[in-house]
Design a protein around this ligand. Structure first.
Ligand code: ADE
Length: 223
């Protein structure tokens, strides 16, 4: 998979891809992440990328020209399956969306900033609009990092243990069951006995039950 991310604050997108699973996924060539500074596509002498909104109002708006140039130059090089805009008024990200996008070969992700982008960018280039929740971030960069993390960990071969993404919370519309590690006794607080019994079928049944209980209690809406 190849992901091209367009941003006016590319610095915000460095560290999430330089550690842990996202770093390993790139090293293992499961994913290529390319970050583009929209400013590099400005033909303006001052590298201007934003301007005042027509009709007045607070805040600046990202201009269409540099974004269009960047997207068009990428699309001239390869075919993209999706051009995603990160925005609080998009469709809310969930595990199903992450699964869907993780199957794509090439995607572009546009991060908004300031008040957002000129509507014509959305009309002309964007195929999908994604939000990470009903709150407003300073820009789409952190949202894009969240979206990429959720997608990349689902690409086959990215996680060491192939089954571990399948047992994540939400993967089957259930929250994950409680998990424990050593010591078995922490100041009198014991690990459930069943987990140390060595009886795998029983452990599996216990996990399913706990996943159900937890989901019923914490997220009944998932049923
Ligand atoms: N940009 C600003 N806020 C956002 C949000 N909640 N989701 C996605 N992109 C955003």
């Amino acid at each position: 998979m190849r992901i091209d991310i367009l941003s006016v604050v590319p610095e915000l997108l460095v560290s999430p891809f330089e550690a842990s699973i996202l770093k390993r996924a790139q090293e293992a060539k499961r994913v290529e992440v390319h970050i583009h500074n929209i400013r590099d596509y400005s033909s303006n002498r001052y590298k201007q990328v934003d301007d005042y909104p027509y009709g007045g109002g607070a805040g600046m708006v990202l201009m269409i020209e540099p974004i269009a140039k960047c997207i068009e130059s990428l699309q001239a090089q390869r075919k993209y399956d999706a051009v995603v805009y990160m925005t609080p008024d998009g469709q809310q990200l969930n595990q199903k969306t992450a699964n869907h996008f993780s199957l794509f070969k090439n995607i572009i992700i546009l991060c908004g900033h300031y008040k957002g982008v000129d509507q014509r960018v959305r009309d002309l280039f964007i195929t999908d609009e994604i939000s990470v929740g009903d709150y407003v971030l300073s820009g789409g960069e952190l949202a894009a990092a969240v979206f990429c993390d959720a997608m990349i960990r689902l690409i086959p071969g990215v996680l060491g243990n192939e089954t571990s993404a399948l047992t994540d919370s939400f993967q089957d519309n259930l929250l994950a069951p409680p998990i424990y590690t050593r010591p078995a006794d922490y100041k009198g607080h014991q690990v459930p006995e069943i987990l140390t019994s060595g009886n795998t079928p029983k452990v599996e049944r216990w996990r399913e039950e706990k996943a159900m209980d937890r989901t019923k209690k914490l997220r009944p809406d998932l049923f």
